[in-house]
Design a protein around this ligand. Sequence first.
Ligand code: HEM
Length: 492
Amino acid sequence: RALANIPPGPTPWPVVGNFGSYFIPSFIRNRFGRESGSVGDMKTTMGILKQLAEQHGDVYSLFVGNQLLVVLNGFDAVRDALSNHPEVFSDRPDIPAVTILTKRKGIVFAPYGPIWRRQRKFCHTTLRNFGLGKLSLEPCILQGLATIKTELLRLNEESRGAGVDLAPMISNGVSNVICSLVLGQRFHHEDPEFRTLLGLMARGLEICVNSPAILINIFPLLYRLPFGVFKELRQVEGDITVFLKRIIEKHQETLDPGNPRDLTDMYLVEMLDRQTAGEVDSSFTEDYLFYIIGDLFIAGTDTTTNSILWILLYMVLHPDIQERVQAEIDDVVGRHRVPSLSDKGSLPFTEATIMEVQRLTAVVPLGIPHMASETTEFRGYTIPKGTVIVPNLWSVHRDPTLWDNPDTFNPSRFLDDQGKLLRKECFIPFGIGRRVCMGEQLAKMELFLTITSLLQAFRFTVPEETAAPSLTGRFGLTLAPCPYTVCVSTRG
Ligand code: HEM
């Protein structure tokens, strides 16, 4: 370390690196101990990373096997790397399991460069257009919420006081938004095609993050094993491929270039335009479209679903804040009209509450890993080309030098003396820099409409004779609350 001038850090074990000394014991505890079934518990992992920052500083290094990782702790270090040195720190690492599944195409795991830039620019602009005009997603989100409200009441009644698990309903609603965006259609939550797609995606993710298939990252050849989860992973991947390819084919057969129905149509039109213009090495191909659709489902469903579940959980645990949000909605929207995006600017306390939960929970707590695309000097250290960079967003949101009592839930920290919303630079649940979340606007729209619609209609409480749900999250692909149930009553 000292010779190479890389950032300081704990001494790694041979072969397995620091993953051995810190994370394997924690993994075993979570997998086989009292909390078995979860990949890792948030307190342990974040506690370890915090302790390491206290010992080694805001830029420290770890080894996973012989791969060097540099963890960025706190806002200054994260901003300095991702915003002030974007040309060096915007690449993505080649993670074997991810590379096998994505071929490093699409957007999320694509290498930083001209192809990623063109694909992202096209998708970003298209997503922005979905906020406006006849392709607006607002009616689609509201339609989904109407179904959720009816379902919630039915299930609540059926539960006879035991409460309802909100997760399946919220997840269906959020997935349907991506279906409308990408496939141009919503599905009934019991539609067999919809169930198949969601089931395959969920199983694929489960295998990737919570099964021995994780070892593919150390021994890539395991992917080829003809048994167990490895075989199942290939089967699931094959089924998703068939499913998405059929959707692209259907779109091609029915495409009307003057009247695009969704992002897939727009992409196909862009492909045709580029072919007509004689672009020889255009990266706009059906193959890319396939991986982009996969990216939007993966990046846009788990993140948004878990954010909504966290916000509702905080509302159940803080009835006073829930009532304050409801009072604001009653004042501005009333009880007889469904809240709309145009109400956003008039509901600062509601917005502040959503932001405060996002701050405390940071559903993508360690961001998506970046990679140094060349050897560089950073804050007095040498960061070799190929180093994996981990921006610890959780640490940014809990930094006591930036936030008063950072562990306390206090929506008012996002309001000024007049009750107006404060924008804080160090609030970065969607990341920062060139790789900042591409779906930020869509996600904010979904969070706002879902929370205002549900809190306008219902009061959420902990079921009687049930212990209050825990705020300890579970690491999977993103940070999810542990399963909880709530009782729902209609408001007046
Ligand atoms: C990337 C957060 C919803 C699409 C990211 C990153 C974060 C994030 C932290 C990594 C940024 C980085 O690498 O530095 C969130 C949160 C969401 C959310 C908290 C919900 C509350 C969505 C939605 C979509 C989406 C709804 C799409 C429909 C993407 C894509 C990337 C990304 C494509 C990769 C960007 C790139 O590599 O250029 N998101 N996200 N996200 N997100 Fe989101």
